[in-house]
Write a protein that binds this ligand. Structure first.
Ligand code: UDP
Length: 241
């Protein structure tokens, strides 16, 4: 068996990816499928940290567009990510994968608070760590959380699993039949071309800290494993520029 390419990864799962085809809420069969893939990666000795989104339940921007206070709506979004984190922990523990959830907003009855050194220690002991509640701050996203945590725990790469697309395109492939997929890109190209990969805060954090990113399709049932083991699927965004 070839050694895995990465020693430590941050896997970014959008909320949508836990919803499956129903598009909303949490689909336990989909979560179980993702958990099985994570177990395989762990068994290859890769340290796994996961950042989960919350868009399958609530997005702050959608709330504020309907007249809600933006910060309040964002806190609701962060709560949504914790629900997803617990669902994922449940699925992993059913497969005997030791898992800890750490939240950026304290809720000690439910999960540990985020403590960087403790998160690293968990991974050294073979545990999967799930980061819930984003950065703990409104006006941010879980993509920015993935960039921040990847820098903090010195992850080798961010694996960004997307639903419905197999990489980064120059335009929306669902709307433009001639959309061209990139095999690789730089962060500055993403910013200059205004490509819809992640928000600019997340993109610039990755760029400034030279964190490599791989964007790939989660709809294929083995892709998380493939990505973690270093197969060149999707679009890679370099960490050197
Ligand atoms: N959120 C936030 N601060 C953070 C991370 C998330 O306020 O650091 C809120 C924000 O309202 C966001 C929601 O949580 O819309 C869900 O996160 P996100 O949209 O990133 O989830 P995803 O699109 O990955 O499912």
């Amino acid at each position: 068996m070839e050694p895995a390419k990465y020693k430590r990864i941050v896997l970014k799962l959008s909320g949508e990816s836990l919803a499956g085809d129903q598009g909303f809420g949490i689909n336990p069969a989909v979560v179980e499928d993702i958990a099985k893939q994570i177990k395989k990666i762990r068994e290859r000795g890769v340290d796994v940290a996961i950042v989960v989104g919350g868009g399958n339940i609530w997005r702050g921007l959608a709330g504020s567009a309907k007249g809600m206070d933006r910060a309040t709506a964002d806190y609701m979004g962060m709560m949504a990510t914790v629900m997803n984190a617990l669902a994922l922990q449940d699925a992993l523990e059913k497969l005997d994968v030791d898992t800890r959830v750490q939240t950026a907003i304290e809720m000690r009855q439910v999960a540990e608070p985020y403590i960087r050194r403790k998160a690293i220690r968990h991974m050294e002991k073979g545990r999967v760590v799930i980061f819930g509640a984003g950065t703990g701050n409104p006006y941010f996203s879980t993509d920015t959380t993935a960039a921040l945590r990847a820098a903090e725990i010195e992850a080798d790469v961010i694996l960004m699993a997307k639903k419905g697309t197999d990489g980064i395109y120059d335009s929306d492939p669902n709307k433009n039949a001639n959309a061209k997929k990139f095999d690789s890109l730089t962060y500055i190209e993403i910013l200059n071309k205004g490509l819809q990969v992640m928000d600019t805060t997340a993109t610039s954090l990755c760029m400034d800290n030279k964190i490599p990113l791989l964007v790939f399709n989660i709809d294929d049932h083995e892709n998380i494993v493939r990505a973690a083991l270093g197969e060149e699927i999707g679009t890679t965004v370099g960490g050197n520029e």
